[in-house]
Structures are given as C-alpha cells and as structure tokens.
Design a protein around this ligand. Structure first.
Ligand SMILES: [Zn+2]
Length: 147
C-alpha cells in the first residue's frame, strides 16, 4: 500500500463504475465527492459538498478540500488534508477526540438547520439523516403555504 502524495481530480456527473486510485471525483450536480482512501486501502470515501460537509476549492489546476478528511470508521483511520492537489497526512485522532469531533459536527448541523435559511436540497448528500430532516421541512414549508 502506498500513501498518496498528490491527487488527480475528475469532474463527473455520475460515479464511474471503477474508481482510479489517487483521484478525487467531484460531482457538482449531486454535490458530492468520492475517492478511494488515499492510504491505498481501496475503501471508498464519500465527502458531501455542503455547508456542514466539505468545501471544494478549485483554482483551475489544483483542488483543495476543507476541512480535513478523517476516515475514523475505516480500519486504516486515515486522516489527511487535500491542499492544492497535495495530500498532507495528519495524525490519527484518539477515541476521545473523535467523539468530540462528532459531537461538534452534530451541534453544527443542528445550528445550521435551525437557522431560517433558504430551502436547499441535500437529498444526494449521502446523509440519510440530513435528507430526512430536509424532507420534513420542505413538507412543512408546503403546508405553511396552504394556510
Ligand atoms: Zn485507508
């Protein structure tokens, strides 16, 4: 297994049936990114593009992703940043820090969805929890309009 140092990118609409290693696939249509874990373990890592997910920066030649990608649920527990198409390896988090990170993530999501934001669709985010709450709200929005 070889740890990736640099990554290629591909802007796609639909996910190809076979993914190339060391390549970040970006679907703007489905607001999602996917790649095979850059440690070389071959696991698929999905990072939704959303205000509470990941941000993609593209300068025309290189891609950057924010924040870091920590695959805590994979056996390799890889943690890295993608900065200008370079993979910067970071330390693995301790169990406590992972729990803290998830807790913060949840709080961010709650804050975000409680805001009176414009409707936005995240059904393709790959996050069923988010998709469900979006559906509930859009139904509520529709009902409000009826009255
Ligand atoms: Zn891995």
């Amino acid at each position: 297994m070889r740890k990736a140092r640099t990554v290629k990118y591909e802007f796609i609409e639909l996910l190809p049936s076979t993914l190339e290693p060391e390549t970040l696939y970006v679907s703007l249509k489905y607001k999602n990114m996917v790649h095979l874990c850059f440690c070389g373990c071959g696991r698929k890592v999905i990072t939704p593009l959303s205000p509470t997910g990941w941000e993609l920066t593209f300068n025309g030649r290189e891609v950057s992703v924010f924040p870091s990608i920590g695959s805590w649920n994979l056996p390799c527990r890889s943690h890295y940043w993608i900065t200008r198409s370079r993979v910067e390896w970071d330390e693995q988090w301790s169990a406590e820090r992972i729990a803290g990170g998830f807790a913060r993530d949840r709080a961010d999501k709650e804050r975000y969805y409680r805001r009176d934001a414009q409707p936005h669709v995240m059904r393709d985010s790959g996050d069923p929890e988010v998709a469900r709450s979006e559906e509930r709200r859009s139904l509520w929005e529709r009902m409000k309009r009826w009255f």
